[in-house]
Write a protein that binds this ligand. Structure first.
Ligand code: HEM
Length: 479
């Protein structure tokens, strides 16, 4: 049945003129295992054969993948206006679809108000400055906690996750959501967030054949809804309590106005707030945790680079000054951060885009509603773009103007165009302060005297490209 449908689809797309080239269904079926496990690598391999812009027919869906800086530029700059929709996976097609921000179908009115508010209240230079006391407080708490773990093995991702959730929940709601010692709630929250992301990229028959979408044959939509409901309960109670306080005029200002106050002033409904907060937690925690984990793994593996970073941090900073210093002036340290994001692009194919209208890219036609991936992973690992692309070499960024601000199309860890990551300033600040503190304050060793050179660097594909085996470390405070 599925093969027959594939045949029909192939006929349909073959009759569309001037699509980008690409494999017919058979090579895709032949590569099904890799397509499912590591689609970013499978697509990069297809690009070597068919060119930088390819089309893949998956059921009734057409996926267009860009794998060169030129193709990325046409999508994110030249045709950004027409290609700035998002393709919402069936698992996330819920009744509140119109309230999405990260997954907003197009740049609609609600998306615009989310973006404007988030920029003003969370990501502008003024907002980032205003958050530093809070951020430092949460970081200090994390370091205190680590001081008491001397000699024991720590899963670093969980610790950083809890720190980031609490930083964000305080910025949004003036409240801690998690306790560093309460592994279980942290685990539940992280599991829920990751499960939603995982469901959104699991190959789903409903995505390939939307005609059977209503049946939710794999149960992914239902499962996502359960997690979305459970996670919303974290914010729901706070929003209701704040509303009641405002109604009864007993909202005593024990803190500066927070993000929740601004959302209420802007007439966001409780459901809209719950979804926005959830999306911010999803977009803003796992990404940063994953980037820090990759950076730490690379520094462990490349001890000569670690020594250079340690020397720079020691020369320029002291423990007390980390929080107050402008870390963007540390050239080698920042080159390590860029190199981590190049070698391990945290969002490997960006968050899939959708063509709002048919348009031309590289002289090919992108039909309306085609899904688009910008394969940042393929660009980052292309020897035509980067010399010795598979080696961790921060030196390549020294004396170079290449940056991740969305204008250098060979280096797009935060995407580009109107859907580019608005959280970039906050992400970079967290990456810098957490990583610098961990390097400056502690020596890190692997459990069981494992040799860092043999550290397993396997990737696990998802919306975020995680380290398959979480990094476990023993921290000892430097003398
Ligand atoms: C290392 C950390 C991060 C990386 C690598 C990253 C990367 C990305 C990428 C690639 C996109 C899609 C861009 C595109 O389609 O062109 C994105 C979107 C987004 N990111 Fe980030 N991100 C990070 C951290 C954050 C943080 C800390 C926040 C907020 C707290 C955040 C909020 C968002 C939002 C709201 C969107 C959706 C924007 C839209 O669709 O208009 N991100 N991010």
């Amino acid at each position: 049945m599925i093969l027959f449908l594939l045949f029909l689809v192939r006929k349909h797309y073959t009759s569309l003129k001037n699509l980008p080239p690409g494999p017919q269904p058979w090579p895709i079926i032949g590569n099904m295992h890799q397509m499912a496990k590591n689609p970013h690598i499978a697509a990069a391999n297809f690009a070597k054969k068919y060119g930088p812009l390819i089309s893949l027919r998956l059921g009734t869906r057409l996926l267009v993948v860009a794998s060169s800086p030129d193709a990325a530029m046409e999508i994110l700059k030249t045709q950004d206006r027409y290609l700035s929709g998002r393709s919402i996976p069936d698992a996330l097609q819920q009744s509140f679809i119109d309230y999405y921000f990260v997954w907003a179908r197009d740049c609609n009115k609600h998306w615009k108000s989310c973006r404007t508010l988030c920029w003003a209240e969370l990501f502008s230079a003024k907002a980032i400055e205003a958050q530093s006391t809070l951020q430092n407080e949460k970081l200090a708490r994390m370091l205190d906690f680590l001081n008491n773990t001397q000699g024991t093995v720590v899963k670093i991702e969980e610790l950083i996750f809890t720190t980031l959730i609490n930083t964000l929940s305080n910025i949004l709601f003036s409240k801690d959501f998690l306790d560093l010692k309460d592994d279980e709630t942290a685990h539940r929250l992280k599991f829920g967030l990751l499960k939603i992301l995982e469901n959104s990229v699991t190959p789903n028959v409903s995505d390939f054949f939307p005609i059977v979408g209503g049946l939710d044959l794999q149960g992914l939509r239902k499962d996502s809804l359960n997690h979305l409901d459970e996670l919303s309960s974290f914010s729901d109670a706070v929003v209701k309590e704040r509303r009641a306080q405002i109604t009864k005029k007993v909202h005593v200002a024990v803190h500066e106005k927070d993000f929740l106050d601004r959302l209420l002033e802007n007439n966001f409904t409780t459901a809209q707030i719950n979804i926005l907060v959830l999306e911010l937690f999803i977009a803003g925690t796992d990404t940063v945790v994953t980037a820090i984990e990759w950076a730490m793994a690379e520094l462990l593996k490349n001890q000569n680079i670690m020594h250079k970073v340690q020397a720079e941090l020691k020369r320029e900073l002291s423990y007390d000054s980390i929080m107050k210093s402008d870390l963007s002036k540390l050239t080698y340290f920042n080159a390590c951060i860029k190199e981590t994001l190049r070698l391990h692009p945290v969002v490997p194919v960006l968050i899939p885009r959708r063509a709002l209208k048919a348009c031309e890219v590289m002289n090919f036609t992108i039909p309306q509603n085609a899904q688009l991936w910008v394969n940042v992973w393929a660009i980052s690992h292309d020897p035509k773009v980067w010399e010795d692309p598979n080696t961790f070499k921060p030196e390549r960024f020294l004396g170079s103007n290449i940056n991740f601000t969305g204008h250098d199309y060979e280096f797009l860890p935060f995407g580009g165009g109107r859907r580019m990551c608005p959280g970039l300033p906050s992400a970079v600040k967290s990456l810098q302060t957490i990583l610098a503190s961990l390097i400056l304050v502690y020596d890190w060793t692997l459990p069981n005297d494992e040799d860092p050179k043999t550290l397993d660097m396997s990737e696990k594909f998802g919306v975020t490209l995680q380290k398959e085996k979480p990094l476990q470390l023993i921290f000892s405070r430097k003398k």
